[in-house]
Write a protein that binds this ligand. Structure first.
Ligand code: TXA
Ligand code: MG
Length: 352
């Protein structure tokens, strides 16, 4: 299959391209499109056969449910049993935006979407191309991140092309995605709302709105004994080709340890990739260091994280050493993705 890549600007949407894309969705085909978080791989969310193509193109395990994307909160009515009070508040404050809500599903949601669960994940994305595609297609669009399962989520159309070329008919190139990390997934089906995946909307923001909010304990630990409540969190994720290690502790000690480790690998003829920050980049003279962003502005690190991992892959490094970031704000989402990319390998640096 030939994959067509069409450029589209959020503020100047070409109607012909949008028609072409929505016609593909209506015909049961796949279209990759930008959202404000990462690129999605879209299909008609009410068509089981179309949705099955998503699983095939991604190589995604069938027990991992998908998010339905809507363009208007009114579309919820048909898709869910009820919207609890906490859900109403979240919708008012965060939609359109990077918050996916889990509800009890209605009967029209196909089993393939929910992977057999009695719940469904829904969000209204904050990107005009995504919203137009949903409206023009006139149905909810199922869309996981548009990467091959296990790889970092795509934040640019070229990332989608690397993973999906020849497998899908169309990629809409709407430029680099703003947030760069996936949406926060919040379960509203228990008495206390629970964050199953941290993301674009922070836990602090949710607590400010809803009061008591729990977080699934598997979020910041990679421990095979913990069974995550969000099926997707149990799989290998975001993994670069090279083995990756995270260094955690005081920043001076992190820098010192990464420099020492880099020196050893360098002397052994190995190519070392270092994931650092604007504040620390100057300290790494050996290895290939790439800044993920500004330590004082976590959103800049979120925006660049997946692209940094993909760039190090392209540079064919043998090993990746990454600085940790603190857990406030987007820090939880960033550390969750980094821990999965490193398969839990974290080195706690201490006083000599
Ligand atoms: O930002 C995003 O959320 C992007 C863009 C494209 O919207 N989408 C995305 O989808 O990240 P995906 O499929 O890569 O991740 C969806 C996550 C998975 O961890 C999945 O297990 C979880 O949401 N999920 C989906 N439905 C669920 C349900 N009914 N109960 C619990 N977790 C669910
Ligand atoms: Mg994904």
């Amino acid at each position: 299959m030939k994959t067509e890549i069409l450029l589209l600007e959020e503020d100047k949407i070409d109607r012909d391209i949008m028609k072409k894309a929505s016609n593909l969705i209506k015909a049961g085909e796949l279209v990759a499109f930008p959202t404000e978080t990462v690129y999605g791989l879209g299909a008609d969310g009410l068509n089981t056969e179309a949705v099955s193509k998503i699983f095939k193109a991604k190589g995604r395990p069938s027990d991992n449910p998908l998010i339905l994307h809507i363009a208007d909160p009114e579309q919820l009515e048909d898709l869910v049993e009820e919207v609890p009070e906490a859900g109403r508040k979240c919708i008012e404050k965060f939609w359109p935006g990077a918050l996916t809500l889990i509800f009890k599903k209605s009967r029209i949601v196909p089993d393939i979407i929910s992977a057999g669960l009695d719940t469904v994940a829904i969000r209204m994305p904050d990107n005009k191309i995504a919203l137009e595609l949903i409206k023009e297609s006139n149905r909810p669009i199922a869309a996981p991140s548009a990467n091959t399962s296990g790889k970092p989520s795509p934040t640019k159309a070229e990332h989608v092309k690397l993973d999906m070329d020849g497998k899908i008919p169309m990629i809409i190139d709407g430029g680099s995605t703003g947030i760069g990390l996936e949406s926060t997934v919040l379960d509203l089906t228990e008495s206390i709302p629970m964050v199953l995946r941290p993301g674009g909307v922070t836990v602090e923001e949710l607590r400010e709105l809803l009061g008591n909010v729990e977080t699934d304990s598997s979020i910041t630990e990679v421990d095979s004994d913990l069974i995550p409540k969000s099926p997707g969190q149990k799989y290998k994720h975001y993994a670069p080709k090279a083995e990756m290690f995270i260094y955690d502790g005081e920043i001076e000690k992190i820098i010192h340890s990464i420099r020492e480790e880099t020196k050893i690998h360098f002397e052994n003829g190995k190519k070392v990739g270092i994931m650092c920050t604007d504040q620390t980049k100057e300290f790494y003279k050996q290895g290939i260091s790439i800044s993920m962003g500004n330590r004082d502005d976590k959103s800049s690190i979120g925006h660049n994280l997946f692209n940094t991992i993909r760039r190090l892959d392209e540079l064919d490094v043998d090993i990746i050493l990454a600085e940790s970031v603190s857990m406030e704000d987007m820090g939880i989402a960033i550390m969750n993705r980094m821990l999965k990319a490193a398969d839990g390998k974290i080195i706690r640096v201490k006083e000599e």
